[in-house]
Design a protein around this ligand. Structure first.
Ligand SMILES: [Zn+2]
Ligand SMILES: [Zn+2]
Length: 538
């Protein structure tokens, strides 16, 4: 038996944190992220742990994003002495991200203390300091992807590629209940198929219990190619107007994807001749880590590297690390592309660029990532005419481009495809999603795949048992859903095979071996299918 308590990322996208208790009495955590967004949610970062940090044996970290890792310094400060298991790239990214997060915590506490002092109140301490963040590194034990690790005799774990950001993982866990084996999976954040730089999410076929993210459970992204064109349109719009293009971007993955795409535009001769600034010390450091980990790239990115192309470089690209260099950008006239953090426009250098440019006609703000409810970024997406930036009301005359296709998260159809690969009816728990998104995905899973779904509440505990018996009953009771599941699985199997075939045909080396007979067979299959589907319609 395994007891799982959901202590974060329930009916919200942030604060990922799951407490696992095994029969042996040992305790583990999956992720330990910061709650972000509305004050009501962020306050949870300050509340006491629902467990004793000193009693945790190991922390399994899916990836470096702060909503999955951002409370680890507090955990260590409060007594955690176990091992933190995660992949090498995640370990490297974590270091810079936690230090950055600690810096933000320190600044916020300082600002708050000044304000309180004026009111005659005592100062406040930060959630954690840079020193606390530095200490986390002592506990990190990087592991190889796809390697079986024994946590205790009846508990094994394996990190699989999640295709979300560099180093990101799905956590597979095997445990025993008496004599029966049970497999539990935590998806972490799942990437999109064919996402830039990283490899596609690993397809897993079996599980008893499946914790899956649902950030975009209620919608599908616009096409990636279309999104790239929209980015180019935004750049052209401001380049013509002689104004700036502001791209608020998460420092890890999104920033490198944008650089990658700009590089592509440049190689195609489509990028106008304007300077590009990466105005984020964190993103600059992250880009370095990306450059040092080509082993984690997908085929296309590797191909560039083998041709001697740096996927993250441009002829007119400047890294502005210092505050002075960043401030100089405010005074700079003429068009430019500025990529800066944070991704939701709630803090960081982007806020200063917004203050200086949002009111200017011809400027463009390109939103390329998820915007949590209540953030400045979300207000811009929702068409606010005025937003409060650094205490000032700024009117929005810039053109806001919301580009949905660059997401590092699978969309509804991506999630359904990934979940649909499971053969043995796992029970699905939807986490990492706002209520609306999780509910919509739950309905889609029930009706299209036929799996049982539950959306856990905050602090809800679940007793997980092997599903073999449950599965049989389930199949009997809901024969209809089971048939729908089989149909759905067949369709996605065919879809996957066709995709593979398409890739092969596009490869000239492979295609030159296609002879007439092969083509004839493909043709006749295609016609057969068309006829059958036509008859079904009629
Ligand atoms: Zn993430
Ligand atoms: Zn996340």
């Amino acid at each position: 038996m395994l007891k799982v308590t959901c202590l974060g990322a329930t009916q919200t996208v942030t604060g990922s944190n799951f407490l696992l208790r095994t029969d042996s009495g040992k305790k583990y955590l999956v992720d330990c992220g910061l709650f972000q967004g509305p004050k009501k949610i962020e306050r949870r970062n300050w509340s006491d742990w629902d467990f004793d940090p000193a009693g945790i044996d190991a922390l399994l970290l899916t990836h470096a994003h702060i909503d999955h890792s951002g409370r680890i310094p507090k955990l260590v400060k409060d007594g955690f002495r176990g091992r933190i298991l995660t992949t090498h790239p995640t370990a490297e990214l974590c270091r810079i991200m936690l230090l950055d997060s600690a810096h933000i915590q320190e600044m916020q506490a300082e600002w708050e203390s000044k304000k309180r002092k004026r009111q005659g109140l005592a100062p406040v301490d930060p959630l954690y300091t840079q020193e606390d963040a530095e200490k986390v590194m002592e506990y990190i034990h990087p592991v190889q992807r796809d390697e079986m690790i024994e946590l205790e005799p009846d508990l094994q774990v394996r990190f699989r590629n999640a295709g979300h950001i560099l180093g990101s993982s799905i956590v597979e866990l095997w445990t025993r209940d008496q004599d029966e084996e049970m497999k539990v999976i935590f998806s972490g954040d799942l990437g999109q198929e064919d996402q830039l730089i990283v490899q596609d999410p690993h397809q897993i076929l079996n599980a008893d219990h499946l914790f899956v993210e649902s950030t975009y459970g209620d919608r599908n992204h616009r096409s990636f190619d279309q999104s790239k064109e929209e980015l180019l349109q935004a750049i052209m719009y401001s380049a013509r107007a002689g104004e700036k293009v502001l791209i608020p971007a998460f420092a890890v993955e999104r920033t490198q994807e944008i650089l990658y795409i700009l590089g592509e535009f440049h190689r195609q001769g489509r990028l106008p001749d304007i300077p590009v600034f990466l105005d984020s010390p964190l993103a600059i450091k992250a880009t370095e880590i990306f450059r040092q980990n080509p082993r984690d790239y997908d085929q296309d990115a590797r191909a560039l590297v083998s041709r001697g192309v740096d996927p993250f470089d441009l002829p007119d690209l400047t890294f502005t690390s210092s505050t002075q260099e960043s401030m100089d950008l405010n005074a700079r006239q003429g068009p430019a592309i500025i990529i800066a953090g944070n991704g939701m426009c709630t803090a960081g250098r982007i806020v200063h660029h917004l203050k200086h440019n949002l009111w200017r006609q011809g400027c463009s703000v390109v939103i390329v990532g998820f915007q949590v409810a209540g953030s400045t970024g979300r207000m811009l997406v929702d068409g606010a005419k005025k937003v409060k930036v650094l205490g000032e009301n700024i009117s929005v005359r810039a053109k806001v481009f919301t580009i949905g296709g660059f997401s590092a998260h699978a969309d509804q159809s991506g999630l359904l495809t990934w979940i649909g690969h499971f053969r043995n009816h796992p029970k699905v728990y939807l986490v990492h999603g706002e209520e609306r998104a999780s509910t919509a995905l739950a309905q889609a899973i029930r009706s299209r795949i036929g799996f049982e779904v539950h959306i856990p509440q905050w602090k809800e505990s679940l007793l997980l048992k092997p599903r073999q018996e449950v599965e049989e009953v389930f199949a009997k009771e809901t024969g209809e859903a089971d048939f729908a599941a089989a149909t759905y699985n067949s369709v996605i199997d065919v879809e996957r095979l066709i995709k593979e075939l398409k890739k092969k045909i596009q490869d000239p080396e492979w295609a030159k071996n296609l002879d007439e007979e092969d083509l004839d067979r493909l043709q006749s299959w295609y016609q057969d299918l068309q006829t059958m589907l036509g008859e079904k319609d009629a």
